[in-house]
Design a protein around this ligand. Structure first.
Ligand code: SAM
Length: 361
């Protein structure tokens, strides 16, 4: 249906910042007629935090296994993949990790990324620790859409969740991006019962005072450490019900920027907005336009399916753009109609799937 590997033979070199080749139509359409236009790149599995939903207690105390440097795709390899993907129809790239800002040379990489013709939307998901330092350079390199993960507004609790006393530093990062005029600045809160759910209201109020999109994400049973269980999980309906006690939730038209979130304003005077992301209770698979490249160089067409295409091997063994294009098409052709997380949770009690820091969320 959509397998057309022969058409791409894009000459590549690091110096060639722009490719003159662009297809006339998006060739990245999957078996369920979804157009794939969004690529998430996990730049590294390393992170400067040890969040309780990402690592086990043992790992937090020092025994974390990390990828070796040669297991990561080099920046040159990543740029090559993105050039091919953009020529095929990808228009939006998100950098994630691990913590993307800890990979050495990331700003230089981003400026090369920004020079790729046809790629007009580069975003980043970060824990915010390095934003005060890197924010202005990120902004100058064209990254002005930032998602910042923050699961609590209480410094002691942030320390308990992340393993680092970092709330003030993250908050300065948020202020830096707001002062630079970044829009939107999104705050990601993973909502966990008994851990931070008593702050739902405080987070919602933030959106009334600041030009932020505060996003409530359903806690997913992913990762080796996952503290997930049916008790810690809270669905979006319950989160919304608690917020409605504060005022009216006025639906906003979810724009191109909002991805899978349902977006609302809390009362007519709110400066910011609220987003609700419900991968479990109201999954958005029928609208999914994403492809992921893990930090070990595997293409993954669904966060919650472990089928992967080993792109690193393709690049290093065959080394042609046509082979990269074929691998992208294979991953997309195999993209499942949807995930079966609810069923899996029933079967396993929530003991699911690989490492979030490698996949990148
Ligand atoms: N280090 C970056 C950060 O902290 O934003 C990027 C990587 S992190 C894995 C990406 C996102 O995944 C974060 O917003 C994080 O809160 C979210 N996340 C991680 N584990 C999760 C889980 N089990 N359920 C829901 N979201 C999760």
């Amino acid at each position: 249906m959509c397998y057309q590997p022969a058409f791409l033979q894009i000459p590549y070199s690091m110096k060639q910042e722009k490719t003159s080749f662009l297809p006339t139509e998006n060739s990245l359409v999957d078996m369920f007629s979804r157009s794939i236009s969004y690529l998430r790149l996990s730049l590294t599995d390393r992170c400067n935090l040890r969040c309780l939903y990402c690592v086990t207690e043992n790992e937090a105390n020092g025994s974390l296994t990390k990828l070796q440097h040669d297991e990561l795709l080099t920046y040159e390899e990543l740029l090559r993949v993105v050039r091919v993907a953009v020529a095929m129809g990808i228009t939006k790239v998100r950098l994630t990790g691990g913590e993307p800002l800890v990979r050495r040379g990331v700003l230089d990489f981003i400026s090369h990324l920004g020079a790729i013709e046809g790629l007009d939307d580069i975003r980043i998901t970060t824990n915010g620790l390095l934003l005060e330092q890197f924010g202005p350079k990120l902004h100058a390199a064209g990254v002005n859409k930032v998602n910042i993960s923050l699961d609590s507004l209480r410094p002691d609790r942030v320390a308990a969740i992340t393993g680092a006393d970092c709330f003030n530093q993250v908050w300065r990062g948020i202020e830096t991006m707001l002062a630079l005029g970044c829009a939107p600045v999104k705050l990601n809160m993973v909502v966990m019962r008994h851990i931070n759910d008593d702050e739902i209201v405080a987070f919602a109020r933030l959106s009334q005072q600041l030009p932020l999109q505060v996003r409530f994400i359903e806690f997913m049973p992913i990762g080796v450490s996952s503290r997930w269980n049916s008790d810690t999980y809270i669905d979006t309906d319950e989160i919304m019900a608690r917020i409605r006690a504060l005022g009216e939730l006025i639906p906003l038209h979810a724009g191109r920027n909002d991805g899978p979130a349902q977006v609302f304003r809390l009362g007519s005077d709110a400066i910011g907005s609220l987003g609700f992301i419900s991968p479990i209770s109201h999954h958005f698979c029928s609208r999914c336009n994403r492809l992921r490249l893990t930090s070990s160089g595997a293409l993954r067409s669904c966060l919650l399916h472990d089928d992967e295409v080993d792109l690193r091997a393709v690049i290093r063994e065959r080394s042609t753009d046509a082979a990269i294009a074929a691998a992208l098409l294979t991953a997309i052709r195999n993209k499942p109609r949807g995930h079966h997380l609810k069923e899996l949770i029933r079967q396993t009690g929530g003991d699911c799937h690989g490492r979030m820091s490698r996949i990148g969320g």
